[in-house]
Design a protein around this ligand. Structure first.
Ligand code: SAJ
Length: 428
């Protein structure tokens, strides 16, 4: 039985550990956070992900998976730590460097070391290889180094980890083959072998493709407002063409991937990445654009009361990283005219640096609900639920609210040319 040591027990490392454990591997999970280690060893989890709590609980109870603070000897090491971004938009690969250094002393000949973290092109060759060389082993002969980017969608991680095609970029051909064989034990999709730099770049281009395409949809929202057309309908109809797939507009692009990864390319090829940089600018402009629309809708109210619904970067998760909703909430709070309340059924108070309201507290006397995340709870919102509001108006920035009632006005982000300023009413 092979032993796998996974460094980093977050959104990727934890489900990956659990799946390897479930497939019969002996898995050690490593995290620098003591609370995370304790939580996992007691059979619980610290993140929200469909099906993960049950799986982790089972493999921990069965003794196939345990967490600890430092790595130990294993056959395979998988590094799945975050790669955040510095203030100057260059990649912060410190956690990857620390993780590689922490496994280096435990390496033996024949070991496989895989980096799953998203990294700028050439990081395997230029950064990870020298770290392993310093440990005294030959990184091209004694051990097998590979980059195998994770490509799973939060909310579907356990399914996609098994079903998606994996790209395995080896520092050598043999490394690609050996690392690919590790994934073949758990993956039903194809496992494709390539060079490390190609795998690094392919991963970044996947997320960049999506970011650029969303920027196009967001630009269309602004054009539609000017021209007087419904962008959602335009997208729906254009996408009937067999080779067109315009993405969905929204309040901006969040999360730790799409809003970050394109900069890893820009960092290495600034002159050449003009379209990528423009797309980032357009997506980053959306929170301000949303706030401007709210100002327009509430221009005739003396003291607008605004209920912000949804703080996560996307629906049905608890993840608030890089969330445009948080940015929008904070921009609204800075405007002294507004009384702003935040409500999110998936977010705990400890996750955000401001108070959270319950649904009824948020709606009490509100003039406007701004939907910023497509949680299921919001898709199925009813007119009765909105009873505590003063004026029943919704600004749906995710085009997800199905509510169709004479008592409620729903403005969609794709159809802003129809917006009329909200008129105050006496409360009865
Ligand atoms: N978004 C839009 N319009 C869309 C799609 C998404 O505005 O049409 C927004 C979302 O609301 C969110 C952001 O983009 O704020 C990102 O959401 P997402 O669902 O597109 O992706 P992530 O960040 O959760 O996961 C992405 C995925 N990449 C691709 O689909 C190419 C996932 O497969 C990757 O594994 C993940 O990045 C990652 O870790 O890199």
């Amino acid at each position: 039985m092979k032993k796998v040591c996974v460094v980093g027990l977050g959104y990727i490392g934890l489900p990956t550990s659990a799946i390897f454990a479930d497939a019969g591997f002996d898995v050690i999970g490593v995290d620098v956070n003591e609370t995370v280690v304790e939580t996992i060893n007691s059979g619980r989890i610290h993140i929200e992900e469909t099906g993960l709590a049950e799986l982790v609980n089972r493999v921990v109870k069965e003794g196939k998976f345990r967490a600890q603070l430092a790595p130990e000897a294993a056959d395979v090491f998988i590094i799945a730590v975050p790669t955040p971004i510095h203030d100057d938009y260059t990649a912060n690969i410190d956690y990857v460097i620390d993780a590689a250094k922490s496994v280096a002393p435990h390496l033996r000949k024949g070991n496989i070391v895989i980096v799953e973290s998203t990294i700028p092109p050439r990081t395997m060759d230029d950064v990870v290889v020298p770290i392993i060389r310093e440990s005294g082993l030959d990184p091209e002969r004694d051990v097998y180094l590979a980059h195998c980017p994770e490509r799973v969608l939060p909310g579907r991680i356990l399914i996609e980890l098994i079903e998606n095609t994996r790209i395995v970029g080896g520092v050598t051909k043999e490394a690609a083959k050996r690392a690919a064989d590790v994934y073949r034990a758990i993956v039903k999709g194809d496992v494709i072998e390539t060079e490390a730099v190609t795998a690094e770049m392919a991963k970044l281009m996947e997320n960049t493709f999506r970011d650029v395409n969303i920027a196009l949809a967001n630009e269309l929202v602004k054009i539609a407002k000017r021209i007087g057309v419904n962008a959602h309908e335009v997208i729906e109809l254009a996408n009937k063409h067999p080779r067109v797939n315009i993405h969905l507009p929204g309040p901006g692009v969040g999360g730790h991937c799409l809003a970050v990864d394109p900069y890893f390319i820009v960092e290495k090829a600034k002159e050449e990445s003009q379209l990528i940089q423009t797309a980032r600018r357009i997506n980053n402009s959306m929170p301000r654009f949303v706030v401007e629309q709210i100002e327009r809708m509430t221009a005739e109210l003396a003291s607008p009361v605004i209920a912000v619904f949804g703080l996560t970067y996307k629906g049905n998760t608890d993840d608030v990283r890089e969330s445009p909703a948080i940015d929008i909430y904070e921009q609204l709070r800075r405007n002294k005219r507004f009384d702003v309340r935040a409500y999110d059924p998936h977010v705990k108070p400890s996750q955000v640096p401001f108070p959270l309201a319950t649904k009824d507290e948020a709606l009490d006397g509100a003039h406007l609900v701004v939907v910023l995340a497509d949680h299921n709870e919001f898709k199925t919102m009813t007119a009765e639920e909105l009873a505590p509001m003063k004026t029943k108006v919704i600004f749906d920035t995710k085009n997800c609210v199905a509510l169709d009632s004479e008592d409620v006005t729903v403005y969609k982000i794709g159809h802003l040319s129809v917006v009329q300023a909200i008129q105050d009413v006496e409360r009865v």
